[in-house]
Each structure stands twice: as C-alpha cells, then as structure tokens.
Write a protein that binds this ligand. Structure first.
Ligand code: ADP
Ligand code: MG
Length: 313
C-alpha cells in the first residue's frame, strides 16, 4: 500500500515578531495508492508545510500521518526512504555537472555501484537530460534544473513522490516534460502528491484533488466531484461586437449580464434553466452564433465559490 493518510494535522509556527501562524489547521487527507493527488492552493496556503510534515522535516503540533498504514511519528526516520521529495526550492550543486550531482545524491543511499549507475541512467533518460549530463548545472535553464532535481529525488526508487510546485519558473516545454515524467512514474505504480497554485495543472494531471486555503482543506474529490459543487456548471459568453451590443437590453431579460473587456457573460435568471433553453432564447434574438461561447466551469470557479476570491490574486 503506497498510501499516505493525514489525520487532523495542525502545525503552528511560533514567531517572535507577530502572532503565531497556523499553517495547517486540522488537515485530513487520504492519498490513495497509485494516484496523482493534487493539492491546490494559493501562496501561503500551507502546501509546503504539509509536505515537510509528511517527509518528517517538521513535527506537527497535532494529528498524525500514516505512511502505508504506519504512524510516521512512531517510525524510525528511515521511512523517508519510501519517499522521494522534490522541494520547492531547487537543491543542487550548481558548480557541478548533472552526473556529478546524481552520483553525490545517489551515494547517500548505500546502493551497490552497479545498481546506482543503472538508476542514474534510467533517471537521466526519464528526465531527458542524457545529452546534457556532463554540463554544469549553473548553465541549465530553470526547467532543466527542475528536471534534474526530480531525477535526483528518485534514485532510491521511492514508492511515493512529493513534488512541491515543480513547474514554477519553468518554460512550457519543460513543464510538459515534467508532466510526462510524472505520468510515467505514476504508470510504474508510484503514488504522487503534487502541489500547485495553477488550477489548469491540477485539472490536467491529477486523478484526485484537494483545495487548501489558509491551512484548511476546503474541498476534496475528483475534478468532476469538485465541479459538481457548483450550481452553475457552464457559463455563456457573448463576444462584444456591434451585433451583440445592440442586444444588450434584451440579453438582460434572460439573466444577469456582466461585462469583461471582450465579453458579456450571462448568468441565467433561473439557475436551473438548461443551456439549450437559453440558446433558444438567444436564437430568437437572432444573435450570430459565432459570437457565442460556452465555457465549462473550472477549478477556478470552485475556488471562487468556496472562498469568494480568485486563485490568481
Ligand atoms: N518556518 C516558518 N516559520 C514561520 N512561518 C512559516 C514558516 N514556514 C511557513 N510559514 C508560514 O506558514 C504559512 C504556510 O506556508 P507554506 O506552507 O510555505 O505555504 P505554501 O507552500 O502553500 O505557499 C504561511 O503563512 C507561511 O508564511
Ligand atoms: Mg510552498
């Protein structure tokens, strides 16, 4: 069982200058075996604190963490060998080459040289850095450093991988490469906990999600379960154009119209009314169909509904 079970976890940072900070407030999460679990939340929500508690760098004030069914507070810290941790801040020797970094970090695990060399080769292959292995890390792009950091963190073949905001400061190509490699690791049976403040990433990558805000889990489930929390699953958008501008008064009869730079957005008066009925109404107005856009609800909408704030703020 490659599972992590977090129950009623509370972590309070005592600070000298300001009030105490409750970074985790009674957090419970069930990270089932073999899934990619996304922990989504804005900066300061408590994501890194949770990971640091799981890996054992921080001691929680209350609550417990079960790793594969065993209470981590009662385990020898060797339990960390089951976990691969990719920290939010890149942790590599910048003045050394990629392969030198892999050899140094790999030497911590007491592996026979042959096994370590094989692991290094397959990690380099996975993160697509084989052809750059002899280059100094300081000359790598942000995305390449991040990929190397992932390679370094899996040399001991952990069953559970914690990835803390691995795509921050990363170019789109590396971002896709990181997604591919996490999916590949997951396919090999590894459980992945992935934190991010980009909801698109969580939507794209994760089978199960939790939203964290101010140290509290405010929602948990699959993407469709979270979207189902919303009353309004889809929004009708009408592009601003002379044709639609003329109809604005009629559109207001259908529902509440809000305006953005390029669109009118309609929230139907009757929130239960189906979009098909709404489209009939719009057809009667003879609004050109190319001005119409239907956008599905997203995690961003779920976050907005639960907190009253946008995740991007
Ligand atoms: N070592 C620390 N000492 C004091 N406060 C901390 C410490 N680490 C984190 N915090 C505070 O705890 C809260 C959660 O931080 P963090 O877990 O880093 O959030 P996230 O990773 O979601 O951005 C923030 O308010 C942060 O300032
Ligand atoms: Mg963080």
């Amino acid at each position: 069982m490659n599972s992590v079970e977090v129950t009623n976890l509370t972590k309070i940072f005592k600070t000298q200058v300001s009030n105490n900070i409750t970074a985790l407030d009674n957090v419970s999460l069930s990270i089932g075996e073999g899934i990619i679990f996304g922990l989504l939340g804005p900066n300061g929500a408590g994501k890194s604190t949770l990971m640091n508690c799981i890996i054992g760098y921080l001691n929680p004030d209350k609550g417990k963490i079960l790793l594969k069914g065993d209470d981590t507070s009662e385990l020898n810290l060797k339990y960390r060998l089951h976990i691969g941790y990719v920290p939010q801040e890149i942790a590599l020797y910048q003045e050394l080459t990629a392969i030198q970094n892999l050899k140094i970090f790999g030497s911590f695990y007491d592996l026979p040289a042959k096994v370590l060399n094989e692991r290094i080769s397959s990690a380099l292959h996975l993160v697509k850095l084989e052809d750059r292995k002899s280059d100094l890390v300081k000359n790598f792009s942000g995305g390449m450093k991040r990929r190397l950091n992932i390679a370094v963190s899996i040399l001991h073949n952990p069953e559970i991988i914690l990835c803390d905001e691995p795509t921050v400061g990363v170019d789109p190509q590396s971002r896709n490469a990181i997604f591919d490699m996490l999916k590949e690791l997951n396919k090999q049976g590894k459980t992945i906990l992935y934190t991010t403040h980009y909801m698109e990433e969580a939507e794209r990558l994760c089978n199960k999600l939790a939203i964290i805000d101010n140290g509290k889990i405010i929602a948990e489930g699959t993407l469709s379960e979270l979207i189902a929390l919303l009353e309004k699953r889809e929004t009708i958008k009408i592009r601003k154009a002379p044709a639609s501008e003329k109809m604005i008064e009629s559109l207001k009869k259908i529902g509440e119209v809000t305006e953005t730079d390029f669109h009118y957005e309609i929230i139907p008066n009757n929130s239960n009314s189906k979009n098909s009925e709404l489209f009939n109404e719009l057809e009667k107005l003879q609004l050109p169909s190319h001005l119409l856009e239907l956008s599905s609800a997203s995690l961003e909408d779920v976050f907005l509904m639960l907190t009253g704030r946008s995740l991007r703020d």
